[in-house]
Design a protein around this ligand. Structure first.
Ligand SMILES: Cc1cc2nc3c(=O)[nH]c(=O)nc-3n(C[C@H](O)[C@H](O)[C@H](O)COP(=O)(O)O)c2cc1C
Length: 321
């Protein structure tokens, strides 16, 4: 049950809203994180905003060794969004731990993201990264839509997903989120697999597999042919998946996909998300996540919720019963 502050507008405006949430065992000062791959390693964005005002940020997905991405063109415009086929270009775990993490201001909640081509490689990476005191938790990317081996395969096959989550679970006792692929028929089944294998939370959704064509050149726009569609175009799909997963599991869900305003973020919370991530919007405005956190608190205040956490799953039935 939600704890109502009071019905009178005058009263609700004067009372503070508790913005804190706990995601997969990670205490966050507010419910808004930035999404993996859209916020670098944090250091790039530090000149533009106070990173400690974020709930946290999820760093670019890491592999054990540094990795080059796909050749250009690897991003393209799409209606209400973008296509990308960057393909987990990253500095590798050593540079992340030794150079990127120490360069971050104190007090920033960092969730690292792990990627690999087989469960054992994910596990090795997770063990190394989560041993670092600056890493609050790990998100495993089981869903990259444009890498030839690994990633999406794990997120699309329940048996592979179970093996991946179980293997990574043995590698860390710390908070473990699994980022699932939207490119599946029944997302609830995949969410249940994660819960059964000991994940502490689920992140939904990664970009949706997509392509675009240049008709004059009669060629795919992206060198990789396939990419991932992100941005507002995917938001209703992401909302649907968060809602379906929230009906199926008890572990917390982090909602991501097309969030462009505080109102969008509130939709995810109402559908059952405990926290949200802002992705593509960071390219338009790297400070947007902070404004969205403020806007969520304002929404809670206006609607008489004492705590942002009480918005989770507070969706009413369509007929208002
Ligand atoms: C350029 C780009 C790079 C991305 N890289 C990663 C990545 O390395 N790991 C990951 O889990 N998701 C990655 N994503 C997916 C986002 O984290 C997010 O799940 C997706 O874009 C949907 O959210 P959005 O519509 O708010 O962008 C990337 C997205 C974009 C646009």
């Amino acid at each position: 049950m939600s704890e109502r502050i009071g019905e009178a507008v005058g009263e609700t405006r004067t009372r503070e809203v508790d913005e804190r949430v706990v995601l997969a065992g990670i205490p966050l000062r507010n419910a808004v994180l930035t999404a993996s791959g859209t916020f670098g390693y944090g250091t790039e964005l530090a000149p533009f905003l106070d990173l400690t005002r974020l709930g946290g940020f999820v760093a670019k997905s890491l592999t054990l060794e540094p990795r080059h991405g796909n050749p250009p063109p690897r991003i393209a415009e799409a209606p209400s969004g973008m296509l990308n086929a960057i393909s987990i270009e990253n500095v590798g775990v050593k540079a992340f731990l030794e150079e990127k993490l120490p360069a971050l201001p104190e007090g920033v909640v960092v969730i690292a993201s792990a990627f690999g081509t087989e469960p054992g490689l994910y596990a090795e990476l997770v063990a190394r990264v989560t041993a670092h005191p600056r890493v609050a938790g790990i998100e495993i990317n089981a869903s990259c839509p444009h890498v030839k081996a690994g990633g999406i395969e794990f997120g699309q096959d329940p048996k592979l997903l179970a093996e991946l989550v179980a293997t990574v679970r043995r590698a860390t006792a710390g908070p473990l989120l699994v980022k699932l692929s939207p490119n599946v028929t029944r997302i609830a089944d995949m969410a249940k697999v994660c819960e059964a294998e000991g994940a502490d939370g689920i992140t939904l959704i990664n970009a949706i597999q997509a392509m675009e064509v240049d008709v004059e050149r009669r060629r795919p726009v992206l060198s990789n042919i396939l990419g991932g569609l992100s941005g507002p175009a995917i938001r209703p799909i992401a909302l649907r998946m968060v809602w379906q997963a929230a009906q199926a599991v008890r572990i917390p869900i982090c909602g991501v996909g097309g969030i462009a305003s505080a109102e969008d973020a509130v939709k995810f919370l109402l559908c059952g998300a405990t926290a949200v991530q802002v992705g593509t919007l960071n390219y338009l405005d790297p400070t947007a996540a902070v404004a969205i956190a403020d806007g969520i608190a304002d929404y809670a205040r206006r609607h008489g919720f004492a705590r942002v956490a009480d918005l989770t799953g507070a969706l009413e039935s369509p007929k208002g019963k």
